[in-house]
Design a protein around this ligand. Structure first.
Ligand code: HEC
Length: 191
């Protein structure tokens, strides 16, 4: 009985030693990705300068309507009114098994930080954009290019900005930045 236990102990020792060896061998078979590369990918992309595209039609009523919708809403699930022409509330994405899934489209929720005409409960982290055309565009203090750059990547003229980066991060595309620009610089009294 006593010797039997001794054998068992030796056998267990041998087994654990060999499994440790196996584990050591297995690591060679593992994929060892370069962690620094992965971290690099997760980092915020560097600030980028943009030129407002010629395709930006600032006088287009439909573009202004889309900009207004993006400005005042958080996402397609929360947005109450129907989406204007050229915008969707939900995007279809495919999961790993190829199943089509509906995902709420993300909007700007710019009212979280900016007041503007018709805003319901706006934040004041950013300056009020009310009367923007009369105060900033007509006086030539700002132009559409400035507004486009600010919305696309505000870090270019303020590296310490608290504003969201919208184009460099891929949150929005060029068209959507155009729509937002058109809305901000539009004459809202006409409505
Ligand atoms: C988290 C807060 C925050 C959000 C969200 C935000 N902004 Fe701003 N915004 C700011 C701040 C702060 C400034 C002041 C200038 C700066 O820091 O760049 C600013 C500046 C601006 C200006 C420039 C005003 C001027 O003439 O000086 C515009 C235009 C603007 N924001 C548009 C938008 C739009 C459009 C959105 C939504 C896509 C938005 N902002 C979302 C914080 C915000």
């Amino acid at each position: 009985m006593h010797t039997h236990m001794k054998y068992l102990a030796v056998a267990t020792l041998f087994l654990s030693a060999s499994s440790a060896l196996c584990a050591a061998d297995l690591t060679k078979a593992y994929d060892m990705p370069d962690a620094s590369k992965m971290i690099e990918n997760d980092l915020f992309p560097a600030a980028k300068e943009y030129t407002m595209p010629k395709s930006c039609n600032l006088d287009d009523a439909k573009a202004i309507a889309r900009g207004e919708y993006i400005f005042h809403n958080l996402n397609g699930k929360k947005a109450k009114k129907p989406a204007p022409e050229g915008l969707v509330k939900f995007i279809e994405t495919k999961d790993k098994d190829g199943k089509v899934k509906k995902k709420a489209k993300q909007y700007g929720n710019c009212v979280a930080c900016h007041n503007i005409e018709g805003a319901k409960g706006a934040g004041n982290i950013g300056p009020s954009l009310e009367g923007y055309k009369a105060n900033f565009i007509d006086t030539k203090a700002r132009d559409a290019q400035f507004v486009y750059q600010k919305i696309a990547d505000p870090r270019v003229d303020n590296p310490k900005t608290h504003m969201t980066v919208n184009l460099t991060t891929g949150l929005f595309n060029e068209q959507e930045i155009c729509d937002l620009t058109a809305y901000v610089v539009s004459d809202k009294k006409k409505k």
